[in-house]
Design a protein. Structure first.
Length: 279
């Protein structure tokens, strides 16, 4: 006889109470299954629904990552979930959009654990001594709605050890060179609902601060957690002619641009469509 599955208890009310005072009209919605939380909020925004919202999915069937990669959630549903997937949507008018994904990653890392590092431009990693493994990814999308611009910040975090030959992270066209990391390696008792409550209030405050001040207030914090800073890296522009730049990663500047010391001098990378790898 199969054991009954306990419903997952999400802290929607606690999150709303923490966020609503700084973001009037904020709502929280939890769905058992959806194609993609980012896709759903973009659909709603294009239809004119631009209220500030946190949308959480216990399972995504067509999740998306950066560079057009799919985000697969292949584990079976039970009273725990293999990954925490959610999207924040709100109208935003920042002084400069540059570096938003970096500020988001920094906020999440700071809310969870001191050993979580950051990989430019939108990944959370466990550092080299733990295998340079990806823990989480961020996907930011925007759309114009009248005179406003609506931003959707999507986050996917591996919570539990993936099943054999499966992972919950965005899968590229080629097999992953490294096994993914999962949050319970660092925090064995941490559940997806607990992580969501830890992350969300600080993340919303980070986004509002970014809108007012840009990336500069977050530069030092990002560089402190940058897992590839002062290491040799390669940068692939992912174009047909496959231009690859190699050099020493120096960290990011006040605009969130990656600076690399190459044989020809210092160069700046500002496109999020490149692939960055340690050598």
């Amino acid at each position: 006889m199969q054991a009954a599955i306990s419903p997952i208890k999400w802290p929607a009310e606690a999150i709303w109470e923490a966020v609503a005072p700084i973001l009037p009209g904020f709502t929280v919605e939890v769905l058992p299954e959806i194609d993609s939380t980012n896709t759903e909020l973009m659909r709603r925004a294009k239809a004119g629904h631009i209220v500030p919202i946190l949308l959480v999915a216990e399972k995504q069937t067509a999740g998306r990552g950066r560079l057009g990669r799919d985000w697969h959630d292949l584990a079976e549903r039970n009273d725990t979930i293999p990954s925490l997937t959610f999207s924040l949507g709100l109208a935003l008018s920042p002084v400069d959009w540059s570096g938003l994904s970096l500020a988001v990653g920094l906020s999440i890392a700071q809310s969870l654990h001191a050993d979580i590092g950051l990989k430019w431009p939108n990944d959370l990693w466990l550092s080299a001594d733990k295998g340079d493994r990806k823990l989480a990814g961020i996907l930011i999308e925007t759309c114009a709605v009248g005179q406003l611009r609506y931003v959707v910040v999507g986050v996917g975090i591996n919570m539990t050890k993936p099943a054999e030959n499966l992972d919950s992270l965005a899968k590229p066209s080629k097999p992953l060179r490294r096994a993914p990391a999962w949050l319970q390696e660092l925090m064995p008792q941490m559940t997806a609902p607990d992580a969501l409550l830890c992350i969300t209030p600080a993340l919303l405050q980070t986004i509002l601060t970014f809108a007012a001040q840009g990336f500069a207030p977050f530069q030092a914090g990002f560089n402190q957690r940058d897992v590839l800073r002062n290491r040799r890296v390669s940068v692939d522009d992912n174009l047909a002619d496959a231009k690859v730049t190699t050099g020493l990663a120096l960290g990011v500047n006040t605009k969130g641009e990656l600076e690399i010391q190459t044989a020809l001098g210092k160069t700046t990378i500002n496109s999020s469509e490149v692939s960055l790898k340690p050598l």
